[in-house]
Design a protein around this ligand. Structure first.
Ligand code: HEC
Ligand code: HEC
Length: 351
């Protein structure tokens, strides 16, 4: 009996070892989909706050490269209402990722928005209906606006390998498309304008630019309350008095919140690279910066939802600037152009 029990014990032990041996090679077999993506350190202005980068979507060299390629690839709209278009069909690098024709807002009369420092944005689109993360706005862009058929990427000769390198998986899914594109958008940082070099004491402003700077950053022009440093936007929504009656898309933020005080309020756009992004305002109504400054000087209209910042003690809602002051303000706005951003080949089409 004892020896039979011992034999049984040995047999059980041998089976356990055998089972263990069977398991081990499988456990050691490398995952054919895994890939060690290269971490990417986002470079930004010392004056900027830290951007929010979701823990489940760290930036990698391969992820950004995939996002960049998707951005420039008309395959993204292989069918559907925008067939044949890529994101870059309306967002041109040399115009800080807006449309190049100053006379033509892209969709209906909605003006194209710049893609610059959106890693710091908390709401997207003129009425702020998308967000709060870049992954969220990419979901809107890719699934609702472009209606991407992800099968086109799955069956593509190159994309599955690019997804594997970016995310260490053999899957190609919409959430991964959106993660890669969000990484690419975080990469689009702009902080090397003349104004930035002036802030870092590397370059002087001309006398006119310096006077414009003072108008911008004091109550005289009062621009800085909304186009605030360092991103040149407060990430907020304001009715600046373009209209006094609001209908259709002109209701702005109200369409999202239903709050009457948001009637005619739109997202404060960054003024970085503003000289390159004509036309101006949510509906592209102004063709030049001179027209914009004329509006702020004398054109604002009253309405119950007009932002209180637009009313000036003594002068009501007009700034009443002289021709010289207006020219100075425009000269300052030109110092916000970042030539390196709009010519950086790492941000250009990979095709
Ligand atoms: C047909 C022209 C067109 C195409 C193509 C296009 N966009 Fe846009 N984009 C616009 C317009 C117009 C707006 C402003 C729309 C609005 O606010 O309603 C905009 C706004 C945006 C914004 C918001 C920026 C901000 O500051 O809030 C993001 C992000 C964006 N687009 C990303 C993309 C991506 C990603 C693609 C490709 C999937 C793309 N766009 C393709 C015209 C276009
Ligand atoms: C109360 C907040 C506020 C103040 C003050 C303000 N802005 Fe604006 N600015 C905005 C908003 C919001 C928009 C977008 C409005 C729209 O399209 O309906 C805008 C749009 C602009 C645009 C067009 C941007 C684009 O991409 O089309 C320029 C240029 C501009 N402002 C410059 C200035 C200057 C210069 C001053 C100071 C004289 C100033 N702003 C004061 C909030 C403000």
């Amino acid at each position: 009996m004892r020896s039979r029990a011992a034999l049984l014990g040995i047999a059980v032990a041998a089976m356990a070892v055998w089972a263990g041996c069977r398991k081990d090679p499988a456990a050691e077999m490398p995952d054919p989909c895994a890939f060690p993506a290269t971490p990417f350190q986002l470079d930004y202005h010392a004056f900027f706050p830290d951007p929010v980068i979701p823990a489940d979507n760290p930036m990698t060299v391969e992820g950004i490269e995939l996002g960049r390629r998707l951005y420039y690839d008309p395959l993204l709209s292989s069918s559907g209402p925008l067939a044949g278009k890529s994101c870059s069909s309306c967002h041109f690098q040399e115009h800080a990722f807006t449309v190049p024709d100053p006379g033509v807002p892209a969709i209906g009369n909605t003006n194209v928005m710049s893609h610059c420092n959106l890693a710091w944005a908390t709401h997207f689109l003129w009425d702020g209906s998308a967000g709060p993360t870049l992954e969220d706005v990419m979901r809107y862009e890719v699934e609702e606006f472009f209606r991407l058929d992800v099968g086109v990427l799955r069956n593509h000769p190159e994309y599955p390998e690019l997804f594997r390198k970016a995310f260490g998986t053999c899957e190609v899914t919409l959430p991964l498309v959106e993660k890669a594109m969000a990484q690419w958008f975080r990469r689009l940082t702009s902080a090397n304008s003349k104004f930035d070099r002036f802030l870092k004491n590397e370059e002087a402003l001309s006398p006119g630019e310096w006077r414009g700077f003072q108008l911008f950053f004091t109550e005289a022009g009062d621009c800085f309350h909304c186009h605030s440093m360092p991103l040149m936007t407060d990430n907020g929504f304001h009715n600046i008095g373009l209209d006094s009656v609001f209908a259709g898309q002109g209701v702005g933020r109200y369409a999202v919140t239903g709050n009457p005080m948001d009637l005619g309020a739109f997202k404060t756009p960054t003024l970085r690279n503003i000289a390159l992004t004509a036309p101006y305002m949510h509906d592209g109504r102004f063709q030049t910066l001179e027209e914009v400054v004329d509006f702020y000087s004398a054109g604002a209209k009253h309405s119950p939802s007009l932002d209180p910042i637009m009313t000036k003690p003594g002068t009501g809602i007009t700034l009443g600037m002289t021709a010289q002051q207006k020219a100075d303000l425009v000269a300052f706005l030109h110092t916000l152009t970042d030539e390196a951003f709009v010519t950086d080949t790492a941000l250009a089409s990979p095709f």
